[in-house]
Design a protein around this ligand. Structure first.
Ligand code: HSE
Length: 332
């Protein structure tokens, strides 16, 4: 399999690092891709015979394979590769540059794995149509819940089930703020600053606290698992900015926690602060995410895990890449 990495920030680098770290294991399961290109913002490393990820990580753009100014949007279409892994930064205003990368890759016969929410929030049905017409696979496990393998579980392990609804905490930053306000009575703004210092918050933290980021993930869950055709404007969104330490304290006295909960079923799609019993499986603290699937056969399945972080995201990205590798080998 020939593979290209698009985006070499924290997530792209973590994917390269984990591939090196797990080389033996990956060989054992038959995943030995030739990485033919790694695209950065201002140029790329290109070698059709195969790049050395170790060299790229250590030498950066002083590596001999660096081509200044070679941009993904101009190169992807003609690139001789089977799988494009799109990891540029999320932009939910117009989805770019990720949207063009994914379109170009699918249109030109390449499978795609992405960690980028923007293109899916804005163009999920269109991208899935292109993938189907071209007989390509588009996977996006890393876009929701970081490391939590919710799409894998829904697609594989729960195949016999009808999934009725999805409930969850989908934003680590807002969960961290609510947890800090509840447990340590810190003010909203102080808790937000801490979350930003930890590197969890979006570049624009209003996306976290106003529920935009969680609503984006809810749209991807609705489309990807419930096979709906939702866009972000369909989501009823209420952020957590009006929550005060006094409210979280009152809730606690009654045995409840204030949590920012996303919910989707056939009739309703919303993200809003809700009271959750302290004993509920949804009552996870800190930056954790939780996703609960209500199904007809298995009943409730709840997955808890880290919703952000480069290595955690790399776990999801590589899980998708391995899945595609397996399917393509089986179909040969
Ligand atoms: N800002 C996001 C969060 C990062 O806090 O969950 C992961 O999408």
């Amino acid at each position: 399999m020939k593979m290209a990495l698009v985006g070499f920030g924290n997530v792209g680098k973590a994917v390269a690092e984990v591939m090196l770290e797990k080389r033996e294991l990956l060989q054992k399961v038959g995943f030995e891709p030739t990485v033919v290109a790694v695209f950065e913002r201002d140029g790329s490393w290109i070698d059709e015979k195969g790049l050395k990820l170790q060299e790229i990580l250590s030498k950066g753009n002083s590596s001999p394979s660096w081509v200044e100014g070679a941009m993904a949007e101009e190169r992807i279409a003609d690139l001789d590769c089977d799988l494009v892994v799109e990891m540029t930064v999320t932009n939910i205003d117009d989805g770019e540059p990720g949207l063009t990368h994914i379109r170009e890759a699918l249109e030109n016969g390449k499978d795609v794995v992405t960690s980028n929410k923007g293109p899916l929030v804005l163009a999920f049905p269109e991208l899935m149509d292109i993938a189907e017409k071209r007989d390509r696979i588009l996977l996006y496990e890393a876009t929701v819940g970081g490391a939590i393998p919710v799409f894998h579980v829904a697609r594989e392990a729960l195949l016999v089930n009808n999934i009725i609804s999805i409930t969850g905490i989908l934003n680590g930053t807002s969960n961290y703020i609510l947890t800090k306000m509840t447990e340590e009575k810190v003010s909203f703004n102080a808790a937000l600053r801490e979350a930003q210092e930890k590197g969890y918050a979006e570049a624009d933290p209003t996306y976290d606290i106003e529920g935009i980021d969680a609503a984006s993930k809810l749209v991807i869950l609705a489309n990807g698992i419930l096979k709906m055709k939702k866009i972000i404007n369909d989501v009823r969104i209420e952020g957590i900015t009006r929550i005060t330490p006094e409210m979280t304290e009152l809730a606690m006295e009654d045995g409840y926690l204030v949590k920012h909960i996303g919910y989707v079923d056939r009739n309703r799609i919303e993200i809003m602060p809700r009271l959750i019993p302290r004993s509920s499986p949804l009552a996870v603290g800190g930056t954790l995410n939780v996703i609960s699937l209500k199904t007809d056969v298995a009943q409730d399945i709840t997955l808890i895990g880290r919703g952000a972080g480069p290595r955690e995201t790399a776990s999801a990205v590589l899980g998708d890449a391995l899945y595609i590798n397996k399917i393509r080998k089986e179909n040969k």
